[in-house]
Design a protein around this ligand. Sequence first.
Ligand SMILES: Cc1cc2nc3c(=O)[nH]c(=O)nc-3n(C[C@H](O)[C@H](O)[C@H](O)COP(=O)(O)OP(=O)(O)OC[C@H]3O[C@@H](n4cnc5c(N)ncnc54)[C@H](O)[C@@H]3O)c2cc1C
Length: 533
Amino acid sequence: MTEDHDLDVVIVGAGFAGMYMLHKARGLGLSARCIEAGGDVGGTWYWNRYPGARCDVESMQYSYEFSDELQQEWDWSERYATQPEILSYAQHVADRFDLRDDIQFDTRVESATFDDTTGQWTVRTDHGDELTARYVVMATGCLSSTNLPDIPGRDSFEGASYHTGRWPHEGVDFTGLRVGVIGTGSSAIQSIPLIGQEAAELHVFQRTPSYSVPAHNRPLDPDERERIKADYAAFRDVNRLTPTAIGGRRPSIERSALEVSEEERRAEYEARWADGGLTYLGAFTDLLIDPAANATAADFIREQIEAIVEDPEVAKRLMPDTVVGCKRMCVDTGYYATFNRPNVHLVDLRETPIEEITPGGIRTSDTHRELDAIVFATGFDAMTGALLRIDIKGRDGQTLQDAWEAGPRTYLGLGIAGFPNLFVITGPGSPSVLTNMLVSIQHHVEWIADCIAHMRERGLHRIEATLDAQDQWVDYVNMVADFTLFPSCNSWYLGANVPGKARVFMPLLGFPPYVERCTEVAEKGYEGFALQA
Ligand SMILES: Cc1cc2nc3c(=O)[nH]c(=O)nc-3n(C[C@H](O)[C@H](O)[C@H](O)COP(=O)(O)OP(=O)(O)OC[C@H]3O[C@@H](n4cnc5c(N)ncnc54)[C@H](O)[C@@H]3O)c2cc1C
């Protein structure tokens, strides 16, 4: 148990956001302490060690750009980096910038309370530590709070059970076992092909099928790597100008899917499918705006599923009928083909829902399946979960739980009215999970650091988003979402995967206009924020 008072900043979380925030804070000469629940740096890549865990953004893009030495000295080995490689990158960054000295690991922040008279935050941990600081930066992650469904009998299971987001460090050997995977989102789609190769029998319990495009992962071509490194800044600049801050291998087409001929449209989808990756959805400008345009992209994927999966009944069950892209698009290596294996079975929960988990397996409405292991690939309480699990009390004792009862409300996703000197990195209301997160994280860290430097230069000690600015921002985020097809299906972007969670579309679409707005706010002396001495 330690006491640390009068710090400038406490940072919660030591994933990529917290690590860079710590480095930046030190660069400003601030006294900073970072508290991390896990045993080392890396956040997402520390916790998600399931088989097949890998980045969906190409490795040359999913990395820090703040240090040219760092980006020049690090060599990614594959087009899409694996979890172990990203974790060693995070560890390399921690070593290189000597970050661990100021990070307290294996420690969970339980509460953060603002004292109006002193203008200080008091942060308390599960080890009884007490820290006081002028600023608190929540780098707690958008996808760090696991979601475990409350299935009757869940805890009665006598075999081994795992959540993909809390995977054992020593790995799991499924050889010869009867395994059930619950969920068919991104983590499931990455792990199922590998679990299917090991397990004696694999039962995949699917509630809603997902659209997935092939990764076509491969070793990174050294020439390509060197070409990018030769002018890394230009490569990053181009990527940052796309709505998702993710660059594609094919140029974006500034046309509607409905403007081109059937042949042209098909050729574009075929080329993007052959290239692989998330930029499939960048084929035309209106895929996430016009349902008819979207249907053309969705039909093409359904055709691919039909062609890959040998059993037409299984293929049909694997075909989503929702808007493509309104749930997070998945990127896979052999996902659909895995269902051609004789030991892999699809259980469609829309036809035969789970009734209970028993000591020996899972009972659906039609039968009981005996299992040795259950994998919960059931995702996260996204964007707000990690924040709301901390007892955060702002001005006048107001809790964040109360302030966000009807859904998260922020200004720019960075500040919250009623919670002075509290910053959130990639908070709800910012582009966050709709982007290459490393780009969004760096943008936020730099904005926060500039803001603190601005205040220090002017002898200001307190900053708080005004209610007016926040209300207008929330309206804007909703307006942008309503202009798109995103709110049309039950996604975790909307909080729909967590029973009882308020349904609000949390991220903001469009990285470049967002950055412009943040810059304008800063240039106008932090317009929309109240600053005080
Ligand atoms: C399986 C998976 C694949 C992903 N793939 C991609 C991808 O392809 N591209 C992409 O852009 N993004 C991807 N993401 C999103 C990913 O979360 C971000 O890219 C990025 O790693 C987030 O970094 P972060 O530091 O903001 O949060 P995190 O990495 O989640 O780190 C937050 C840290 O805060 C800690 N923490 C939380 N609450 C507390 C508390 N109360 N006390 C102490 N510590 C706390 C957590 O333990 C965690 O270590 C993926 C996420 C997952 C889960």
